[in-house]
Design a protein around this ligand. Structure first.
Ligand code: COA
Ligand code: AMP
Length: 630
């Protein structure tokens, strides 16, 4: 079948399409139908089914006689460690940890926060939770104690599973002090913590609260898979919104299983037993969907890579991992390729390895610039596929579905809508725009299986953020257009979210931190273009009139404050003191105009600007920081 036939087939009968895809999942109790629309605009998929995520990701493969197949390949250039884990071993590890959690009182519906580096135990922890119906919430290791505390208070976990440390190039990041700090800051206290001790930095355990990963599992009864209903949350994953308070995206169990399983073959063209590598982190949605769940649900082998594209030890690391582990497809963010291209423009490292196993490169997480795609195509000689999705959707909204049909690649476009997604481009008033016209991208409800069902503890925010601007549609927060061939182009965010090295960050959140500095009267954070990371945050600070301190000192403290409160991942290093911020007469800060000036782009003088002279002051401040960059 062609892509067009598959897409039209879905559109003609979505219910039949999704019931057919559901046949690939092992159900405890089969769903009587796919879509439950009784609570529209809150839709639920396979709600009356009973199923278990871990069973589908692990046990069923062992029962089918594939226990000896590799489930996880761990490759850690930052520590020198490598390991291979079969499905049988993964079942064992998962059942034992799940048994330990259960023995300490974790039950179906309880939340468990996971704060771990890129080690196989992170996947074991996620699967152990879903095995007993506990709802995990993984927090990225690059977030600071304060961010972890916010998530602890929102998710109210019974337990936290953490690594003692992470390893970044050139430094060991002790996680345990961050964890202790977060628990001190949080109002909610977990009943206990399980700590995976890593040799590079062993943690001091607090007696009665903290338990060693190995010791807590000694002598416990391994746990069986607990059936949950189709709409039971498999996990909550926090992501950035416009404010400092993150949104807890709820992923319902059954739709997640069906959609991810479908995507492995149809989007990525990966069959059971083949090796798939998503070079991301378990703390992000890419890590949830394509390091942990999808490859395992589909019976493939997943690679857990603890390292960076460059510097661990060199720009050939990716190629070494691909050739050594027989990787069929790599999925990463364009930033990683920009980093490699920067140090290996001529692809000398690429030439050193036999990459004949690699059939496709998938890019997502940020806009894939045509230069990077072209470079990757030329160097690798394989299809380079941009695809577009979000934490909220859990899998691709638009892609070039390699398992169905390799459509012509159009540079700058993540190709076409996947089945399940009816994409519309809207003007501000919610009127559909013509082909080729730029507008807000919306998806007609219901969203397909695998997408979020709500926000944790924040139903009103869910409605407001996604459902109220265009009634009957999901608002993606991205702007773009569709061309005459149905190819989508993603141009910008419509909110204050920025994308730094494929990491989604809130400028509003950073402004909240800066505003808490005693010398800062007012501030604005914008995302400026960066040739490596796509965007970088930049802060403008207006100081209190009573402040007698040197601007440089305040800037330094502000940079440190964001690192301490949000974490190093914010990459907040650019800030400048200005007298005033450009505003409209009604007091709205003209952030978009500031971005255009910083990026050296033409801009129209906003008709509503209060005092145009301030823009000259901003230009001067930006020049001091070296912007616009060449
Ligand atoms: N734990 C602790 N600190 C972390 C961390 C973690 N898990 N991950 C990142 N950090 C720190 C880094 O050490 C760095 O700290 P520094 O300011 O002291 O240098 C900071 O957070 C920023 O990290 P990062 O964005 O990774 O930048 P980098 O300069 O270290 O590396 C790239 C740049 C391009 C190599 C890197 O961003 C990369 O590999 N990107 C791939 C894209 C990706 O994985 N995206 C995920 C979504 S698909
Ligand atoms: P996240 O939720 O962290 O995955 O970030 C999702 C956001 O990243 C999207 O809303 C887009 O703004 C951006 N994004 C992801 N993939 C792409 C892509 N292929 N092209 C352009 N932007 C993308």
């Amino acid at each position: 079948m062609t892509y067009r036939e598959v897409y039209e087939g879905w559109k003609a009968n979505p219910e039949a399409f999704w019931m057919q895809q559901a046949e690939a999942i092992d159900w405890v109790k089969k769903p009587s139908k796919a879509l439950f629309a009784d609570n529209a605009p809150f839709y639920e998929w396979y709600k009356d089914a009973e199923v278990n995520t871990c069973y589908n990701a692990v046990d069923r493969h062992v029962l089918a006689g594939n226990g000896k197949r590799l489930a996880i390949i761990y490759d850690s250039p930052v520590t020198g460690a490598k390991a291979k884990i079969t499905y049988q071993e993964l079942q064992d590890k998962t059942a034992r940890l799940a048994g330990a959690l259960r023995a300490k009182g974790v039950e179906k519906g309880d939340r468990v926060i996971i704060y771990m580096p890129m080690v196989p135990e992170a996947l074991v922890a996620m699967l152990a939770c879903t095995r007993i119906g506990a709802i995990h919430s993984v927090v990225f290791g690059g977030f600071a104690a304060n961010e972890l505390a916010t998530r602890i208070d929102d998710a109210a976990p019974k337990a936290i599973i953490a690594g003692s440390c992470g390893v970044e190039p050139g430094r060991v990041v002790a996680y345990k002090p961050l964890l202790d700090g977060a628990i001190d800051l949080a109002v909610h206290k977990p009943e206990f913590c399980v700590i995976l001790q890593r040799e590079m930095a062993k943690a001091d355990l607090i007696a009665g609260r903290d338990f060693d990963w190995d010791e807590v599992q000694e002598g416990v009864e391994p746990a069986e898979c607990v059936p949950v209903s189709g709409d039971h949350p498999a996990y909550v994953l926090y992501t950035s919104g416009t404010t400092g308070k993150p949104k807890g995206v709820i992923r319902p169990t059954a739709g997640h299983l069906v959609a991810l399983n479908w995507s492995m073959k149809n989007v990525y063209d990966i069959n059971p037993g083949e090796v798939f590598w998503a070079a991301s982190d378990v703390g992000w949605v890419v890590g949830h969907s394509y390091i942990c769940y999808a490859p395992l649900i589909a019976g493939c082998t997943t690679v857990v890579f603890e390292g960076k594209p460059v510097g661990t030890p060199d720009a050939g690391t990716f190629w070494r991992v691909i050739s050594e582990h027989n990787v069929k497809a790599l999925f990463t963010a364009p930033t990683a390729f920009r980093a490699i291209k920067r140090v290996d423009q001529n692809g000398e490292f690429i030439g050193k390895y036999d990459l004949s196993c690699m059939k496709t490169l998938f890019l997502a997480g940020e806009r894939a610039d045509p230069d990077t795609i072209t470079w990757a195509q030329n160097q690798l000689g394989i299809p380079v596929i941009d695809h577009w999705w979000q934490t909220e959707t859990g899998w691709a909204i638009a892609a070039n579905p390699m398992g169905i049909e390799h459509l012509p690649v159009k540079l700058g476009s993540p190709s076409v809508a996947m089945p399940g997604y009816d994409i519309r481009i809207m003007d501000e008033g919610g009127k559909e725009m013509a082909t080729g016209e730029l507008g807000a991208i919306a998806v007609k409800l219901p969203l397909p299986p695998g997408n979020l069902s709500n926000l944790w503890n924040a139903t009103d925010r869910y409605r407001k953020s996604y459902l109220s601007t265009f009634p009957g549609y999901y608002e993606t927060g991205d702007a773009g257009y569709v061309d005459a061939d149905g190819y989508l182009y993603i141009m910008a965010r419509t909110d204050d979210v920025i994308n730094v090295a494929g990491h989604r960050l809130s400028t509003g959140g950073m402004e909240e931190v800066l505003a808490s500095h005693p010398d800062v009267a007012e501030c604005a954070v914008i995302g400026v273009s960066d040739s490596l990371k796509g965007q970088l945050p930049m802060g403008f600070l207006c100081l209190n009139s009573t402040t007698a301190r040197a601007s440089d000192q305040v800037v330094k403290e502000c940079v440190q404050l964001v690192r301490e409160r949000i974490g190093p991942v914010a990459a907040f290093k650019l800030a400048v003191v200005v007298e005033r911020l450009p505003k409209t007469r009604s007091g709205k800060i003209l952030r978009a105009t500031m971005v255009s000036i910083a990026d050296g782009k033409d801009y129209k003088m906003p008709a509503t600007i209060d005092d145009p002279v301030i823009l000259d002051e901003i230009k001067e401040a930006l020049a001091g920081l070296g912007y616009p960059a060449d």
